[in-house]
Design a protein around this ligand. Structure first.
Ligand SMILES: N[C@@H](CCC(=O)N[C@@H](CS)C(=O)NCC(=O)O)C(=O)O
Length: 138
């Protein structure tokens, strides 16, 4: 009888690939004066192929914002990290350390990002107008 080690069948189990620790940084050339190169101020909790998350991704990119993506567990009941951070298990969720805002709901997040960082936005800390540029939009 031939036995096959589980590792050789599935070297990277699904639950490992999407664990809460799967964090990566997505750098953008534009950085705000507030940014720490090692630690983007915006953390984006998201899920692969989530249309609501894609909407937020597009807005972040259009505004040229630097952020850190954290891919949550696909299984709703296992999304403890985002539940702890935002009180919900749905994604998208963002945490913006620039302003202290934690927010769920894609439409609210898009509105928030555009009003905080888009044209005509005021600086979250000083209340002064933020210079508008192309924001790195493609
Ligand atoms: N109204 C929410 C919907 C978000 C949503 O349904 N996200 C899905 C992933 S695409 C999710 O987290 N589903 C789990 C759940 O509904 O509990 C929004 O616009 O952000």
């Amino acid at each position: 009888m031939v036995t096959v080690a589980a590792e050789s069948v599935n070297p990277l189990p699904f639950s490992r690939r999407f664990s809460d620790d799967d964090t990566f940084t997505r750098p953008f050339p534009e950085r705000t004066a507030m940014s720490d190169p090692a630690d983007p101020p915006i953390t984006f909790y998201r899920l692969q192929a989530c249309p609501f998350c894609e909407r937020v991704t597009r807005t972040l990119q259009e505004l040229g914002l630097e952020y850190r993506s954290r891919f949550v567990e696909p299984l709703h009941s296992k999304r403890d990290v985002v539940k702890r951070v935002a009180g919900v298990r749905t994604v998208p969720v963002i945490v913006d350390e620039n302003t202290g805002v934690t927010m769920a709901e894609s439409a609210n997040i898009v509105d928030y990002l555009e009003s905080t960082y888009g044209d005509g936005a005021t600086d979250a800390e000083t209340g002064t107008a933020v210079a508008s540029g192309d924001g790195g939009a493609e």
